[in-house]
Design a protein around this ligand. Sequence first.
Ligand code: AGP
Length: 612
Amino acid sequence: MCGIVGYIGSREVSSVLVDGLKRLEYRGYDSCGIAIMDEGKPNVVRSVGRIDALEEKIKAAQPTNGSVKCGIGHTRWATHGRPSETNSHPHRDCTGRFYVAHNGIIENYLCLKHRLSAEGHRFQTETDTEVLPHLIESYYNGNLEEAVHRALQDVEGVYGIVVVSTEGDGRKIVAARNGPPIVVGMGSGEYFVASDVPALLPYTRNVVFLRDGEVAVVGSQGVEIRDSSGVCMCREPETITWTADMAEKEGYSHFMLKEIHEQPRAIRDTLLGRLAGEGAITLSSELGNPAILADMARLHIVAMGTSLHAAYIGKFLIETLARVPVEVDNASEFRYRDAIVGPKAVVAGISQSGETADTLAAMKEARDKGAYLLSVCNVVGSQAARQSDAVIYTHAGPEIGVASTKAFTTQLVALYLLALQLAQLRCTLPQPEIERHVRELRDVPDQINKLLDQSQAISSLAEKFWRYRNFLYLGRGIHHPIAMEGALKLKEISYIHAEAYAAGEMKHGPIALIDQEMPVVVLAPQDAVYRKTMGNIEEVKVRDGIVIAIATEGDHEIARLADYTVYIPDAHPFINPILSTIPLQLFAYHVAVLRRCDVDKPRNLAKSVTVE
Ligand code: AGP
């Protein structure tokens, strides 16, 4: 998820672009750049890191002359190619006539790159995006929007792009959308393009949101919108009433709630380019040397916090589907216990930020012991990624809220894909079984959308519980880590004490805590341990405990037993943990809001813990 902007008008173009990029920095902030067409001459400035660094470079660069200015800009959240000045956008073609800034993922960029290289094009970056300006160059015949249209016919994947060119008077921006958002802002005698409203709000509230397949041709005299076959369309501008802060959160009250609602998109992006046909997993190209993983004797996973909970789910999936023994360690413990990391051992670090000191240190420890290092990470170019032999990226996009939500569910999806890939490489699962898991995974985004519709109902449930001081979370099997995650979410944003237990542990102590002051959240989907979990619910009820059950749609028996029941769609037992997480995230969020906590920046916590 990157931020892109474009401007045509008489204002000082670089300050409009920089201002817009600053307002979109929450979308990505590892590198950035602008390209200004100054009377047909390109003026490109790019930089690693935050917009401030770019601004300094622009001040030092050659000021622009022309009266009517035209330019595009980009702030990056890397998916392909580590953050560097070379990999930062806008990207150009061989001749330096075409410049493109892109938000999204070009799935078939490798085969396009091979084809274009064979035609003599020279590539300078590691990015997927760079194929776009070269494609446009290969199709250009005097009409920029025509060349863009033809180039996009060859592209598979998702994109929001802006394109400028030195051709003609260089006063034209072509914008196109297929998936990630593009909005065009109508000013008086000036026009704006951006991937989101915050960049436009200081200048105009009259906007047109491009739809998938549409192209906007933005010139100094006006804007033309065309459909996917190039036919001009009439689109009435809408008037935006949001404040800039609301716009950054896309109308949600907090980044956490926005990120909870982004999970369908984040999971779709994490599956993108990794499933082929009915049931082929195509992750092995990201595993460095897949043979090492196919042949590994044992997998160790190290992580902290929410990522550690994902690791426990990973253990369940990989042991069951690929029959590889998996050890999971709290990273801060792993590095000081002189762990046995034998020959043919692989160690995986799971980290949203890729900068968590405990996890990095544990990975280094494993490296020193000769292990092959894999990481599951959300930040391209982070330390965890750089020190690994192979990286599986979760494409959740930037996660601003300290409480991890979309990064967690995309970690579960990435680990599920890894388990299936290993099962495919080690032939531990019949193909029809793999195909079934792939179908189930593809259904997850829509199932989560259905769950998000329950946000209001869960808010009403939170109304009944926000004053309590203690909670227990119970789960069995693959749901024990989900109970841990639910308890952590409540703790870290509402400051309520919450503990998670394997439900079978209750009789060995925690059951002593049960009374009217200790609500118990029980994960009880209809899986192999359902009956056992129902027994645990009865144990709580006979001691007058209060039970909130997360259950499978259509399960009326549990509704008779539990005080409150939240239903999840009926899905495969290995998909249930992803679905069960959503109501737990929403419950913690609504309780924290009712307790007037700073949901996005809870006390005593940091988004990335870079010290031990
Ligand atoms: C989770 O909501 C917390 N932010 C925290 O526990 C986090 O999961 C932990 O610090 C690990 O962070 P990482 O995934 O970036 O390594």
